[in-house]
Design a protein around this ligand. Sequence first.
Ligand code: C5P
Length: 404
Amino acid sequence: MSSLTNKRILLGVTGGIAAYKSADLVRRLKERGADVRVVMTEAAREFMTPLTFQALSGNPVHTDLLDPAAEAAMGHIELARWADRILVAPASANFMARLAEGRGDDLLTTLCLATRSPLSLAPAMNQGMWQNEATQANLLRLQERGVSVFGPGDGSQACGEVGPGRMLEPAMLAEALAAQFESGRLSGRKVVITAGPTREAIDPVRYLSNHSSGKMGYALAEAAAEAGAQVTLISGPTHLPRPDRVQRVDVTSAREMHEASLSHAAQCDLFIAAAAVADYHPAEYLEQKLKKGDSDQWQLTLVKNPDIVAAVAALAGGPTTIGFAAESENLLEFARAKLERKGLRGIIANDISREGLGFNSDDNAVILIDRERALELGPMSKTQLARALIHELSDYLPASASDS
Ligand code: C5P
């Protein structure tokens, strides 16, 4: 079963008897880990109530374009940006016609116009309406614009007729949607990613560390797995669950991360250092907890940690190596200097002074820098950004034997 963990799915429900199946679809999408928000057209509300979808999705249902209260909570543009994918199920003949025309005359059509995320439809209608030339012409127009279409299935219909026009079953739709996230760009490749903070022990109860949540590294691991790679995530202490299909190696200190990285990096194609590695560790580890004592001061002597990403980049015949640069000033200049100093193929530069982005937040904006260019990506969710980065980084890999 393909996963939808952390995926934000906007489910559009239009007016048709198949709308009752969309209630089950919400459950199927959530079962696979998706965060689901439902938008209903006016006609859909003749068949089902928003309350049903609210209860099943766990989120408020969106219905109106010009409702000030709804816009204040999550406006239509925000909703369009929020979605990783939009699925309209059922998609009625009328909705397909409005979409093909490029109309923005209700919330759902406006969202479909505003979004930059992929759009999928699961048509459901009477077989005569489906086979009508006008519907088929609209279908073609939509497909030419990159809209993907699931179904419809063939069989007996609610109206008593038999033919094409049945909405696909919810389980099939959930699987088809999940499969769309899998690009295959990294199939057959091995990827190692470091993530999270490290902890440098002072004594049995104290340590030096930082505020890294590990979210960016985990999102990259998930996106790489989604792209078909065999992924090893070398993780410092975080509260995050192991992403599906990812092998996690737990470490605590920078020196442990260094050792684990070197033992895995030699056999991989792509190494991404997303960890916020502590630069120093205490020179001496105290076997017993240090007592407060009488002194007002405590001096710690710190020793530099090994630079993990630089060590991996220096491996003869080693992987394509990518680092991160979190900077609060002179972003491009400092990141380029780091790229050279550490001998990296590319560096992902992060301006940590931007409010609501980066460290410990769900959204991020970065610049991917290599010797030829600086590519701006975001702001977007870390999940979307990770996918965009994996797409770009996969282009750095030399063609493998299986590609030729
Ligand atoms: O030197 P600085 O810490 O700013 O560099 C950040 C990049 O280097 C990140 O990719 C981080 O994961 C990596 N790094 C490392 N080992 C260290 C310090 C940083 O791999 N000891």
